[in-house]
Design a protein around this ligand. Structure first.
Ligand code: FAD
Length: 490
């Protein structure tokens, strides 16, 4: 079918951080995108408060880092304390620039980020955002998809035909129900009160780090958020009602260790059930799940939203290629196979942190935990790899992060490859013989060093900045075509 047979290339259901990121990445590839969002505006209260360097690099691709940087702080890390206030696990986030070109960890205010993503979308003439629009039906044909949505202002129902429908519609995903796929629960489920405060006075006794108070009766988390915002997350006891906990005398008797009522404004207090679960299927024909619709992570590592942004980055370029060149089952299937094992590693580690917080688990929350000479136990951030998918799993470089390179005072190498894979090489080649854009290391010295670090002569890099394959062979035509056959079908 030709593009004119469709109303839009893509319909995105839900405009949270995942939908906003994905829409930007697709629009940058000149696709037409309809975003349907049930709510009238941005959800104005914070949920996520942390993201990492990999996610910041995706925001760099979208071009919002300058705007959001003004409202970020660099996160210094997390300490786990036992019931006596002793440090039992230290997870520092050193202030050094990572391979992704950013600091390892940032604190942010989720509504600020969502506003920036929406603002950026306004520059794309082929993006239409409809708020107050609830998706009520999806139809999944072999060659196209149809979405029915209700305009909540008028009650009118509309039907839209697109190449793909992508459910970024959060934890209670409607698209997931339509796909008839279940969530596989991974074992952690606990109700936590979340209290966001705004300081009215300077409080020097509040730490800069996140503190996890491990306790068998009342585990709690303190987060140093941006500006004057501070958060406490506090586990509710098994039969404790939210109403009871939020009675002034109960929660203030707990919080008064740190702040008193006259020192703060309460921005909101609510209860969430922290869960660990992953959808069995992330794709059915032309329907996809991305972000919380596909997986739920307890927030102890601040990784739930990050996983959704990584999903968006993995899927966007594959969808782009399928829209422009042709539907490719194998390419689209690689989305779940690459992403689900990665997110499962984060969920498992977050669950172990949850057990440690509840004092029912040990400090060995991941294989990056180690004892130092002085006996303190430290953790490095985990870096789960991409699951099996595209490329040769035996290739030593497949799935590694291609580093962010500044090739000029103002230009990043990243900006040269946002739609299609590219080749970098220090071998001689004839550009007219290759079906891929290629860069010679002799022209860009930074590339030479990267090839040395990867111990190879040539690398194919995917648009999401991961390495697809590497070789030392001279025959670049054969090498590149074997990989490109996985991606492009004519
Ligand atoms: C207390 C707490 C702390 C957290 N901290 C962190 C953290 O520090 N770092 C981190 O990375 N993550 C964190 N998370 C997780 C993070 O908030 C979520 O992963 C993230 O918000 C999910 O984004 P999303 O876009 O996938 O879904 P959502 O933000 O839930 O967006 C889904 C959107 O879809 C819309 N929608 C739903 N159904 C329909 C429909 N039928 N039609 C049209 N629209 C529809 C909804 O209105 C909504 O706007 C935290 C979560 C909680 C609860």
């Amino acid at each position: 079918m030709k593009s004119k047979d469709f109303d839009f290339d893509i319909v995105i259901v839900g405009l949270g951080p995942t939908g906003g990121t994905l829409a930007n990445l697709l629009a940058m590839n000149n696709l037409s995108v309809l975003i349907l969002e049930r709510e009238a505006g941005i959800y104005n209260l914070p949920r996520a408060v942390h993201f990492d360097d990999e996610v910041m690099r995706v925001f760099q691709t979208i071009g919002i880092t300058k705007t959001i940087a003004k409202k970020l702080i660099i996160n210094k890390g997390t300490k786990f304390l036992d019931e006596n206030g002793r440090l039992i696990l230290d997870w520092p986030r050193p202030k050094v620039i990572t391979e992704n070109g950013w600091y390892p960890s940032y604190r942010f205010h989720q509504p600020d980020l969502e506003r920036s993503l929406r603002q950026k979308l306004k520059i794309f003439t082929k993006v239409v955002t409809l708020q107050n629009s609830e998706v009520i039906k999806t139809i999944n044909h072999k060659n196209f998809s149809i979405v029915n949505y209700k305009d909540l202002n008028t009650g009118n129902i509309f039907s839209v035909k697109s190449k793909y429908i992508i459910g970024c519609d959060g934890a209670n995903s409607f698209v997931r129900n339509e796909m008839k796929t279940e969530m596989k629960h991974m074992g952690f489920e606990q109700r936590w009160a979340v209290i966001d405060l705004i300081l009215k006075t300077k409080k020097t006794n509040l730490p800069d780090r996140t503190i996890q108070y491990c306790n068998s009766i009342r585990p709690a988390t303190y987060c140093r958020n941006v500006g004057k915002r501070r958060r406490w997350e506090i586990a509710l006891k098994e039969n404790e009602s939210a109403e009871k906990f939020f009675e002034d005398k109960t929660f203030w008797s707990f919080l008064s260790q740190w702040v008193s009522p006259h020192e703060v404004d309460i921005e909101r207090k609510t209860v969430y059930t922290f869960q660990s679960a992953i959808a069995k299927k992330w794709r059915k024909g032309r329907l996809f799940l991305v972000g919380d619709a596909a997986h739920l992570t307890p927030p102890f590592m601040g990784q739930g939203m990050c996983a959704g942004i990584r999903d968006a980055s993995n899927l966007a370029w594959k969808i782009n290629i399928c829209c422009k060149i042709g539907h490719n089952e194998k390419l689209l299937d690689s989305y779940q196979s690459e992403r689900s094992s990665n997110v499962r590693d984060y969920i498992n580690t977050a669950m172990k942190m949850g057990e440690l917080l509840n004092s029912i688990g040990g400090t060995k929350v991941s294989n990056t935990v180690y004892a130092q000479q002085d006996g303190t136990i430290k953790m490095n951030s985990i870096k789960p790899v991409l699951g099996k998918g595209l490329g040769d799993i035996k290739d030593k470089n497949r799935g590694k992060t291609f580093p962010s390179l500044k090739i000029d005072t103002n230009e990043y190498f990243d900006s040269l490859f946002s739609c299609n894979p590219i080749l970098i090489t220090n071998k001689k080649f004839n550009p007219s013989k290759l079906k891929i854009k290629a860069y010679n290391a002799s022209k860009i010295p930074e590339i030479k060093n990267v090839l040395k670090d990867f111990d190879t002569s040539s690398l194919i890099i995917r648009p999401d900045r991961f390495v697809l394959g590497s070789t030392d062979k001279n025959d670049l035509k054969n090498f590149t075509e074997s990989y490109l056959n996985e991606i492009y079908i004519s």
